[in-house]
Each structure stands twice: as C-alpha cells, then as structure tokens.
Design a protein around this ligand. Structure first.
Ligand code: URA
Length: 274
C-alpha cells in the first residue's frame, strides 16, 4: 500500500479527496488488487437459517449445506425458500433480518425493509437504500424521499396511504449500483413482500425496479408511463406503472414533467378512470 502522509493536513486532504470521489465507507484495512489475486473461488457469505425475531415463522426452512454455500444460484434458491416461508410482512422482515446470504448486509448499518402503510392501495418500489435510508432503516428518507413525498402530495397521497420498499433492502457501499447477483439474491424477498402487501397498484421507481420486477428489457425512458401487469407467484395480477426515479429527477429537473404525468396516470387509475 502507498505510504500515508504523516502530517494531519495532508491526511485530512487525502480523506477529503476520497469522500469527494464517493468513497465514504471503509470495508477493509488495506486495498485489494482483485486483478492480481489468484483465480481461486471468492469467499462467499455463510448462509444461516432465519433468526425469526420478533415474529417466529412456524418451522425454519432449510439452511444451505456448507459445501454449496458459495454458489449465488444456491443462495438465491435458499432466499426463495425462506421468503416463501413468511406468512406475514412482519415474518418476512424478521426472516430477511436473519438472512446472511447477501454480503450487502455486512456493510450496511440497517435493514431498510419498508415505510408507509402496507394496507395502502399503492406500493412503490425503488432500487436500494442510500446513506440516509441506511442510517434510519427505512426506504426513501433522504432527498429522493422528500421529492417523492412532494410528488405524492400533488396527487393527494402521503406515506400513510402508500407502502414503500426497494428491490434491495441494504445499502450498497458508497451508493454503488447493486450487482445482478445481489439483486437476484434479494429478489425473492421483494416479490414475497409485494405478494403479502397485495397492493392494487404498483409503481416501479426507476429502471432497475421496472426491469427486475416486470421483466422488461427496454430502458425506463421508453417504458415509463405505460401500464404493465405484475404477476405474483400466487397468481394475482397487479397493474404496474414504471416511472422515473426521484434521484434521476433531482439530477434532471426538466424531466419532472414526465414524472408528473406518470403520477397523474396513477391518480386516474386510483379513481377508476384509467
Ligand atoms: N433510492 C432508492 O431507490 N431507494 C431509497 O430508499 C432511497 C433512494
């Protein structure tokens, strides 16, 4: 590793440089050059059966056999089995809290499972928690969440009337995009969460939520504002609307008019007019 400067100001400047570059979390004492490391199998998370606190599922689903614990498909399959086991949202949250199959859990401060009202007619699903959500342990708590609340208010809704979650419930370090493996491992939990909440309408916030939940390949700018059908595993059909992510709208304020149109469409659907 490169020698660290010894004086305080230089150290502070180095730290500031990293924070400005988006490195806001230390994962290890020293950096790793992954390209230089031997092509051995990467260490994978140990997967343990759910710790069912506070609600206890009736009987714990199988834990992964140790030898197989390294395959992401096997972890995803265990996630499916555990998620299916949950009979209520409380149980699902407890199972997820005890699930060690996604490495994001170990760098995150908190699980950001949900916010709002699970009885609401609309469920909103975003991508992954950021720093504020991670600190508070709930989705959409930061600037994106504030914009989301303002957009909801324009159609007469607030968090007491909608249920909010993310496809990945732990913050990826430094707010990076979750990897396809992380999404695949977490997906059974969000699909079970949708099934248990059983909303009338689903609003997918941003491309990753729309693509992963609705199985669409096209980008969000092509799919936003179009109604799709989301099918739950138990065969229910839910009308689903992809829209632009509030974080994108904060970066591209001119696109807010498109977001506004989508929220109007959501209002019409709630009023039985679309
Ligand atoms: N962006 C998301 O997709 N989800 C959050 O909870 C916060 C920001």
């Amino acid at each position: 590793m490169q020698d660290l400067p010894s004086d305080r100001d230089a150290l502070q400047a180095l730290l500031d440089f990293h924070v400005e570059a988006g490195v806001d979390l230390a994962l290890d004492e020293t950096p790793h050059n992954r390209f230089a490391e031997p092509k051995s199998k990467p260490a994978q998370p140990k997967v343990s059966p759910p710790k069912a606190e506070p609600a206890k599922p009736t009987s714990p689903p199988r834990a992964l056999p140790k030898a197989a614990a390294s395959a992401p498909e096997e972890v995803a399959s265990l996630a499916r089995e555990q998620a299916r086991h949950a009979q209520s949202l409380e149980e699902l949250e407890a199972i997820l809290a005890g699930f060690d199959g996604c490495t994001l859990k170990f760098s995150a401060k908190n699980l950001a499972f949900a916010d709002g009202n699970p009885e609401g007619r609309v469920m909103l699903v975003g991508e992954a928690p950021g720093a504020d959500e991670d600190r508070i342990g709930k989705p959409f708590m930061g600037r994106s969440g504030q914009l989301l609340d303002r957009m909801l208010a324009t159609i007469g809704l607030d968090r007491s009337q909608v249920y909010v979650a993310n496809i990945v419930p732990w913050r990826p370090p430094g707010n990076r995009t979750p990897t396809p493996q992380e999404i695949a491992i977490c997906k059974p939990f969000i699909t079970r969460q949708i099934e248990l909440a059983s909303p009338e309408l689903l609003l997918c916030l941003g491309g990753p939520a729309a693509q992963n939940l609705l199985g669409i390949k096209e980008g969000i700018l092509r799919t936003r504002g179009r109604w799709f059908t989301y099918k739950t595993e138990d065969g229910r059909e839910i009308r689903a609307l992809p829209t632009l992510h509030p974080a994108y709208l904060l970066r591209q304020p001119l696109q807010k008019r498109l977001g506004w149109r989508d929220f109007q469409a959501l209002r019409r659907a709630l009023d039985g007019k679309e």
